[in-house]
Design a protein around this ligand. Structure first.
Ligand code: HEM
Length: 473
């Protein structure tokens, strides 16, 4: 099989090249090395499946952007189909189902004011609520990630289901958080990686099998989503013009289509999985990134002082930072950009598939071949980002002190499948981080700054840490 694919590292029988990723956690280094060794197009084997890796920005642009339609499908993943109960949702569907739902979601997000003042207002409520919680423990060590995580969860849950996890709902989120932590631990073990991509070997390794791990966890998540949807179905006014949240917009669209005789496209399973996609994709990525921004800042002397100097000059202590201030805070933007580059939260990115026979760098590639835009290699390329593992926000500042636009910063990926929530995520990162650092001086706990070592697991996950906050104004 290898003869017909671009050359790359030699795969082992059944397991392919997976061991390299598992050996070099969180997973960036083997891809960087292979890009240097084989060039920006090579083949990487996950178990017995080959994926053509595209490892440079120019080549990703040539393929995923200039010939976007050829690279827009996702490669089917049996593991997630098991969790979902079939091929549903947005992240992993293809064709008409995917395009209709991507379009519908973007347009309902727009109708709900995403990217506009309305969304900013919702996020700023969460900013203030997080202040209230942080202020309860000023001057002593406190858990920073838990408060930020709750704030990010409230934003996405408001969008999808129209309510915040406050008061009597706090307990509900605490259970969901436990389930997500379980997911991060249970499904990132060596056995599970091998079992997903090389089932013939994985089944013999010690530890719990995938089916055992999925059991209650899957049921609990499905129950949460299905309960929300059923509550909405009972309560909403199908004749009202305005939608209070995404679930309401979806149910109305579902009813409209059913009246036209279409029961397939906007089915209940698709509704549950679409909400699940938005909820997961919107929460875990933004939460992990926010968490790492604070970690990098706390680990790099001088950065917090420079942020404070800029914030004092532009904002002061008597108001909140809003998106209208964005252009006046180049250093703040540089810190967020550099944190996203260093956090680099998807070491392998999602698995796409070619929609037709094509040619990449002279190699003929058959329809349905796995193909991956290797954005983590792009963001660690020393030609664009010298000394790439060093956190240095100044690389995004030009000689006039303005923010530099660097195309190779691609944490949201590029092409037809580029992150659907990018606008929302950018707004959240900016508002949460700038307001947090404007209000507080953040000092390490007695254990020192949080660790920024990523070598314990494949993938990038939020850190748990305490810090001491004091009010600056
Ligand atoms: C810092 C935060 C975020 C990062 C770094 C991020 C990153 C990504 C990446 C790398 C992809 C894969 C693109 C590809 O297949 O090439 C993606 C897809 C996606 N993201 Fe995000 N994301 C973030 C926040 C969000 C938010 C807030 C939402 C939802 C409200 C969201 C919803 C999605 C969806 C639905 C997809 C699948 C799009 C499709 O297949 O058409 N993401 N994201």
């Amino acid at each position: 099989k290898r003869r017909h694919l671009p050359p790359g590292p030699i795969p082992l029988p059944l397991i392919g090249n997976m061991l390299s990723m598992l050996r070099e956690k969180p997973g960036y280094e083997c891809f960087r090395r292979w890009t240097k060794q084989y060039g920006d197009v090579y083949t990487f084997w996950m178990g017995t499946t080959p994926y053509v890796m595209i490892g440079s920005y120019d080549r990703i642009k040539d393929t995923f952007i200039r010939d976007g339609d050829t690279y827009k499908d996702k490669f089917p993943q049996p593991f997630t189909e098991k969790f979902r109960g079939g091929t549903y949702g947005i992240v992993e569907t293809n064709g008409h189902l995917w395009s209709t739902h991507r379009r519908f979601t973007l347009s309902s997000f727009r109708d709900m004011g995403l990217g506009k003042d309305l969304m900013q207002e919702k996020i700023l409520i969460e900013v203030q609520e997080s202040f209230r919680k942080f202020d309860e423990h000023l001057g002593v060590e406190q858990d920073i990630p838990i408060v930020l995580n709750n704030a990010v969860a409230n934003v996405i849950n408001q969008i999808v289901f129209g309510y915040r996890f406050a008061d009597d709902k706090e307990e509900e989120f605490s259970k969901l958080r436990d389930l997500m932590e379980y997911q991060e631990k249970a499904f990132t073990t060596f056995k599970v990686h091998v079992q997903v991509f090389a089932p013939k070997i994985g089944q013999w390794l010690p530890g719990k099998s995938l089916d055992e791990l999925l059991g209650d966890w899957k049921e609990n998540f499905h129950t949460f989503f299905n309960t929300q949807i059923e509550n909405h179905r009972q309560k909403i006014d199908f004749d009202s013009e305005e939608n209070l949240d995404y679930a309401e917009a979806y149910l109305k669209e579902q009813r409209k289509r059913e009246a036209e005789g279409d029961f397939e496209l906007f089915s209940n399973k698709q509704l549950m999985n679409t909400c699940l996609d938005l909820w997961f994709a919107g929460l875990s990525t933004t939460n992990t990134t926010t968490n790492w921004i604070v970690c990098y800042i706390m680990n790099t002397p001088g950065v917090q002082e420079k942020m404070h100097e800029e914030l004092d000059r532009v904002i002061g202590g008597d108001r909140l930072v809003t998106t209208a201030d964005k252009n006046d805070l180049p250093y703040m933007n540089a810190v967020i950009n550099e944190s996203q580059r260093c956090a680099n939260i998807v070491p392998i990115n999602l698995f796409h598939a070619t929609t037709k026979d094509t040619v990449i760098a002279g190699y003929p590639i058959k329809q349905g071949t796995g193909v991956i835009a290797q954005i983590s290699t792009v963001m660690l390329d020393e030609k664009t980002f010298p000394d790439p593992y060093t956190f240095n926000p100044d690389r995004f500042i030009d000689e006039n002190g303005k923010l530099k636009k660097v195309e190779e910063l691609v944490p949201f990926s590029i092409g037809k499948r580029q992150c659907l929530g990018e606008g929302l995520a950018r707004m959240e990162l900016f508002l949460f981080i700038s307001n947090f650092f404007n209000r507080y001086q953040v000092s390490p706990s007695s254990e020192g700054p949080p660790s920024i070592d990523k070598s314990e697991r494949v993938g990038v996950f939020p850190r748990k840490f305490n810090a001491i906050l004091t009010k600056r104004h």
